[in-house]
Design a protein around this ligand. Structure first.
Ligand code: NAP
Length: 641
């Protein structure tokens, strides 16, 4: 699995080139050609290409043909001229092309966009300093908790900066959630060409949305290639972290898989533990009386042969949505217990492999991979989130929270209705009764409803009353006899950093300070807990911002690097967030979250903590804002000592 480091020269003849172009994403291709030729006029022939629901393709077949013909001429010239790639777009070209793509003036986000349209080996967010520059000085050692996506990123960045670090990982390999979730059908629901580090992309992803084994292999390769394995202590859980004021360091208590404990210390602690790794198995009455096999999706018991069995699945969230279609046909009968139906986002290519020609273009056409990635990113930068914002004058209801939200609803509702044109009796069960965006919208290529319509699948939307030794009894008194129960019931997402005990200044306990609902400034820092940084921390989950959690972690890590630079350059020992900054940030954040579909609607979702009356998960602002806020640490917001 090679990372994409250079564009290859084009050596094929016109006919082969034309054949490859048949597999191009037309919008990304048009942007690439405009960039390569410097002629932006073809953009005028095709207006308004954008839209969250529009599939990444030309508006009409005629336009697509015209774009491919244009590209063929441009790429043949590029080949005949020796395949010399041009420089990245100048600011005006970048503005013109991205304004076309996003349907709005991108002048205000050009610095962010300039980080996107670069050759594949570029890494604009890499540290521009190394620890040597600050010696002799206090020096820092960093402990990173977790070797998933964020932890590996932190490790790589520290390695680039020459800062000593150790990663503690409870599992026996890297990958975090992609190591733990191995249920049938597990795959990413963000396009693979976006779901990767910006500086370690792949041109050869086999699928548009890759499967779990591919993703885990990606992380393994990344760790191998960058020499990270030797820094990771596997099978080691950090049980406790205690701030030592005198030594200005964190004292860590570690527990190995074999039960052995040890202690260590580090001046800086980075938590990269993720949000979705403690399975939630609901405490249903009688749960433990069930006599057959029962397991959670994130702890899939592959030793249980489901062939010919009656299988109950509880939950229809993102995980169950992926494995239910896989189980149908294997199980003799599948009983799906649904509490709330998901909204479905039409994605015909969800399970499709990347065409060979598409891969060839990513590898050979200069900047095509970058424009394609930008094109996948663009809808979330602006456009989607607006539709989740509550318009108090609309007025908002559980049907829709704004006119834009209603428009999206109409498209998604039609997508469901079309699939049930000849089976309308299923409609009341599968049509959501809450605003789009109040829960995660799931990618759909038709396999969900096709599965629910099978004779050997039963969708039960009656509330579960209890579990018995032989099955599930619903509130209407029906006993559903089954052999196996699979819990697709999600995670204890609100319990950040649990079960770790974290003690900061003056003996303050982090979980007590949070009072059951985690908060951090920009998801990263908490007052009273100096030199502690969280990646994918509180309120950094995306919901409509596009990009991917990689993007947010990369932004967060830029901030951590800047904080380290500040410490090292200034000879400071610790950095502690000011209380007033923390409170002002959280007030604004909570207010914004209340005015988003997920905060306004009363539908159940894993991001809202109803008891706390807030979400500790979602970022309610734009991805651009997160990028802007995390570029630099504002020293005045911290006490440096
Ligand atoms: P989830 O979205 O929280 O879904 C849990 C499901 O269990 C929901 O249908 C929920 O019903 C149901 N449930 C929970 N408690 C229940 C109870 N007591 N009785 C009956 N039903 C109950 O969890 P998930 O599917 O594991 O996904 C969590 C998150 O992981 C996703 O949102 C996503 O961010 C991530 N994920 C990503 C991917 C991907 O990229 N491919 C795949 C899987 C997961 P309600 O809806 O009524 O609450």
């Amino acid at each position: 699995m090679p990372f994409h480091t250079a564009v290859r020269p084009i050596t094929v003849d016109d006919a082969t080139l034309a054949a490859h172009l048949e597999h191009a994403d037309t919008a990304a291709l048009l942007m690439t050609v405009a960039h390569l030729t410097g002629d932006l006029s073809p953009l005028d022939s095709w207006s308004d290409p954008q839209g969250w629901l529009s599939l990444p393709q030309a508006q009409t077949e005629e336009q697509a043909r015209a774009v491919r013909a244009l590209a063929l001429r441009a790429l043949a010239r590029h080949r005949d001229g020796g395949s010399v790639p041009p420089p990245p777009p100048d600011p005006e070209t970048l503005r013109r092309i991205t304004t076309w793509a996003m349907g709005r003036d991108t002048d205000g986000m050009l610095p962010l966009l300039a980080e996107e349209i670069l050759p594949p080996d570029a890494d604009p967010r890499a540290p521009r300093w190394t620890a040597d520059e600050f010696t002799p000085g206090p020096g820092v050692r960093v402990a990173i908790i977790g070797a998933g996506m964020s932890g590996l990123l932190a490790a790589h960045r520290l390695s680039q900066a020459g800062v000593p670090f150790v990663v503690y990982e409870k599992n026996d390999d890297v990958g975090g959630t992609w190591h733990e979730n191995r249920y049938p059908g597990c795959r990413v629901d963000v396009p693979s060409h976006l779901y990767s580090y910006s500086f370690a992309t792949r041109a050869d992803w086999p699928d548009h949305f890759c499967t779990q084994p591919e993703l885990q292999e990606y992380f393994r390769e990344f760790a191998k290639e960058n020499g990270l394995y030797e820094h990771i202590r596997f099978g080691t859980e950090v049980r406790e972290a205690r701030w030592d004021e005198e030594g200005a360091s964190w004292a860590l208590t570690l527990r190995a898989t074999d039960g052995g404990t040890a202690t260590t210390e580090a001046e800086v602690l980075i938590s990269a533990v993720g949000q979705l790794n403690r399975p939630l198995v609901p405490d249903l009455p009688g749960r433990d009386d069930f006599t057959g096999p029962a397991f959670h999706s994130a702890r899939w018991d592959h030793s249980v042969d489901l062939r010919g069995k009656r299988v109950a699945v509880i939950g229809t969230g993102a995980s169950a949505f992926q494995f239910i279609p896989e189980l149908a046909g294997t199980a003799a009968e599948l009983v799906v217990f649904q509490r709330t139906p998901p909204w479905l986002r039409p994605t015909p290519h969800y399970h499709a492999p990347m065409a060979e020609g598409g891969r060839w273009l990513l590898e050979h056409v200069p900047y095509y991979a970058a424009w394609y990635r930008f094109w996948l990113f663009a809808p979330g930068l602006h456009g989607v989130l607006e539709n989740w914002i509550v318009d108090p004058d609309y007025p908002p209801t559980e049907r829709a929270v704004s006119a834009g939200n209603e428009r999206v609803r109409a498209v998604l509702a039609a997508h469901i209705e079309q699939q049930l044109a000849d089976a309308p009796e299923l409609l009341p069960k599968v049509m959501p009764r809450y605003p789009v965006g109040a829960k995660r919208v799931l990618r759909d290529n038709g396999s969900w409803i096709r599965t629910l319509r099978r004779d050997d699948v039963r969708l039960v939307d009656e509330r579960i009353d209890r579990i018995t030794p032989t099955g599930v009894v619903t509130a209407d008194g029906t006993a559903h006899e089954v052999d196996v129960i699979v819990y697709g019931t999600g995670f204890e997402a609100s319990r950040f950093l649990a079960p770790m005990r974290v003690t900061g200044r003056d003996g303050a306990d982090l979980h007590e300070a949070w009072g059951g609902s985690a908060r951090a400034y920009l998801g990263l820092t908490v007052p009273g807990f100096p030199n502690l940084f969280c990646l994918y921390g509180p309120n950094t989950n995306l919901s409509g911002q596009g990009g991917s959690i990689f993007y947010f972690s990369e932004c967060g890590m830029s901030y951590v690097l800047d904080a380290l630079r500040l410490l090292l350059a200034g000879g400071h020992r610790s950095l502690d967030l000011r209380e007033d900054v923390f409170h002002a940030f959280n007030e604004r954040l909570d207010e914004a979250n209340r005015a988003r579909a997920w905060g306004w609607s009363s539908v159940s979702n894993w991001v809202m903590d109803r008891a706390a009356g807030r979400t500790a998960q979602n970022w309610p602002f734009t991805a651009q804002e997160y990028w802007e806020q995390t570029r630099r640490v504002r020293p005045a917001e911290y006490e440096l000592s």
